[in-house]
Design a protein around this ligand. Structure first.
Ligand SMILES: CC(=O)N[C@H]1[C@@H](OP(=O)(O)OP(=O)(O)OC[C@H]2O[C@@H](n3ccc(=O)[nH]c3=O)[C@H](O)[C@@H]2O)O[C@H](CO)[C@@H](O)[C@@H]1O[C@H](C)C(=O)N[C@@H](C)C(=O)N[C@H](CCC(=O)N[C@@H](CCC[C@@H](N)C(=O)O)C(=O)O)C(=O)O
Ligand SMILES: Nc1ncnc2c1ncn2[C@@H]1O[C@H](COP(=O)(O)OP(=O)(O)OP(=O)(O)O)[C@@H](O)[C@H]1O
Ligand SMILES: C[C@@H](N)C(=O)N[C@H](C)C(=O)O
Length: 465
């Protein structure tokens, strides 16, 4: 077979046929992209039909941006002169075939392929693993943002470089069977499971359903590979590990090397402990791991502490990326342990919980009331849960406020309830967009220093999350 990064190999691996062949079948290709807005010269553009748009409408744009060829399912009217088109029955199938093939090449070149799955903490743990390994000596690639689905995982594999020592891929799921399909693509040498908790119950049903789904990755670990799991005391139920001769199992517990981690919360110390164990399995020494963890940071919107040095603004724990009962418990326990300040929780609805949703929202209300002096809830599920609780804790008492939706008035009422002395937890599902309060807080509470103003700008500079 021709070298992987050539049109000839892409045609052979995908089984595609040339609608318009390239000038040379052996010209070097430079990466794969599904977004015409984000590709460089020599890249391969794969046209995907998305929820809102059809990538086939952007083939001409991709070729004009310098793509060497486009993989498509249908003919493209008047494509860019000189642009090559490879037709396949399914562009997502082609993306997977390329990633599967490339994964083998990576393995053969000595690159170790890692997976990070689990209910909560995947992005943080994946980020910490990449941070610690690269701070040690190893060159590697990691999933961008939360690229953890049927598109993000193959794109991550294809972004790794031959010559990398590792690629760490985040694997996500919200329907039974998705994890097995991703794990089959990745076939990890080292599979990390971060946690098991109540997530996406709309489709998994209950914790046992979550555990079944998350266990699927074990079947795909390569012979000679390793599985990294939390100690049993951190799991709400046992995970069934199939007997896999030659696959070793290592468990992580709170690691003293993570005791000075700059990220707040017990959950982050556990995520860092998983990263420390992975680094040990790579052969890193304790001092290197400790030093790396001591200078780690949080991915945006995950337990990010904002404005802590600014006396004119409340300290904000920006945990607005997502929410489910287990991650709410982790975040509220972090808030509860924040001593010496008035604690304010601002929580948005948890989505995709199915029939468990009403009781789960009621439970989180009870935890929030135990963790914070002032509790604010946004969204119809929390509003319904608050309506069930006793009158002395009802909205309007000053301790609790509930709003069924966002509006300008709601944002103003929330801002009026805050003081610069507070520590504020912001958390809710992605669809609730709790982070909208950050620019509002920045405008409402002028910054004491230019440095503190920088906190907000840093947040604004990461819109992809
Ligand atoms: C396909 C894609 O990447 N879309 C992203 C894009 O959306 P947009 O509205 O622009 O386009 P469409 O998807 O409708 O467009 C179709 C294609 O057209 C391309 N295109 C568009 C305009 C243009 O000018 N040029 C173009 O080439 C476009 O690139 C498409 O290829 O932008 C949105 C905003 O940034 C993104 O949200 C959207 O991303 C989608 C959702 C996606 O799946 N992206 C993956 C790369 C990914 O991994 N994203 C992760 C989040 C993954 C996630 O939610 N994971 C779940 C678990 C798995 C659930 C599973 N059931 C599933 O979703 O399939 C979890 O719980 O963690 C990320 O972005 O971090
Ligand atoms: N180990 C953990 N246990 C419980 N909750 C956690 C853990 N790690 C992180 N969290 C919570 O989950 C939130 C999301 O973290 P992160 O993005 O790392 O998880 P994720 O699994 O990648 O999420 P997603 O599946 O949406 O991509 C954090 O903001 C925090 O509240
Ligand atoms: C954003 C996606 N990864 C996720 O976690 N979804 C749940 C439902 C959430 O946003 O809380």
């Amino acid at each position: 077979m021709a070298s992987f990064w050539t049109p000839a190999a892409f045609a052979q691996i995908t089984g595609g046929r040339w609608l318009i062949p390239p000038p040379a079948l052996d010209q070097p290709l430079a990466g794969v992209s599904i977004d015409s807005r984000q590709l460089g010269p020599g890249a391969v553009f794969v046209a995907i039909r998305g929820e809102r748009q059809d990538g086939h409408d952007f083939v001409a744009h991709a070729l004009a941006q310098g793509a060497a060829l486009a993989i498509v399912e249908q003919e493209i009217p008047s494509p860019e002169p000189g642009g090559a088109l490879l037709q396949v029955p399914s562009t997502i199938g082609a993306l997977h075939a390329l990633a599967r093939h490339y994964r083998d090449l990576l393995g053969a070149s000595g690159c170790r392929v890692l997976s990070v799955s689990g209910s909560n903490g995947k992005t943080t743990t994946r980020h910490l693993i990449h941070h610690v390994l690269t701070q040690a000596v190893w060159r590697g690639t990691q999933s961008p943002r939360s690229f953890n689905n049927h598109l993000g995982v193959p794109l991550t594999l294809l972004a790794a470089q031959l010559g990398d020592a590792f690629v760490v891929c985040e694997l996500g799921t919200n329907h039974p069977g998705e994890l097995a399909a991703l794990a089959e693509l990745v076939r990890p040498d080292l599979a990390v499971v971060t946690s098991i908790g109540e997530e996406h119950l709309e489709f998994f049903g209950d914790l046992a359903g979550v555990a079944r789904e998350e266990s699927a990755v074990f079947d795909f670990v390569r012979p000679g590979g390793s599985v990294v799991l939390p100690e049993a005391r951190w799991l709400p139920l046992p995970l069934e590990l199939p007997a896999r001769p030659g696959v070793s199992i290592s468990r992580f517990d709170l690691d003293p090397l993570a005791s000075d981690l700059p990220l707040p919360g017990l959950h982050n110390r556990l995520n860092a402990s998983a990263a420390a164990l992975v680094a040990r399995l790579f052969g890193a020494d304790d001092e290197t791991i400790r030093r790396a963890l001591n200078c780690a940071n949080a991915p945006p919107l995950r337990s990010e502490v904002l404005f802590a040095a600014d006396p004119l603004r409340p300290t904000v724990i920006n945990d607005a990326y997502n929410a489910n009962p287990s991650s709410m418990a982790a975040a509220l326990s972090l808030l509860k342990d924040w001593a010496g300040r008035r604690r304010v929780s601002i929580l948005g609805d948890m989505l995709e919980l199915g029939e468990r949703s009403p009781t789960a929202h009621q439970e989180v209300v009870a935890w929030a009331l135990a963790a914070a002096e002032h509790c604010i809830f946004v969204g119809p599920c929390f509003a319904a849960a608050i309506a069930q609780i006793s009158p002395n804790k009802a909205p309007g008492t000053g301790q609790v406020a509930a709003y069924s939706d966002w509006s300008t008035e709601v944002i103003e009422a929330i801002l009026a309830a805050l003081t610069p002395q507070d520590v504020v937890l912001l958390k809710g599902s992605r669809g609730m967009g709790m982070e909208r309060l950050i620019p509002a807080i920045e405008s409402h509470f002028p910054s004491a220093t230019n440095e503190a103003a920088g906190d907000g700008l840093e947040f604004q500079s990461t819109p992809g999350y």
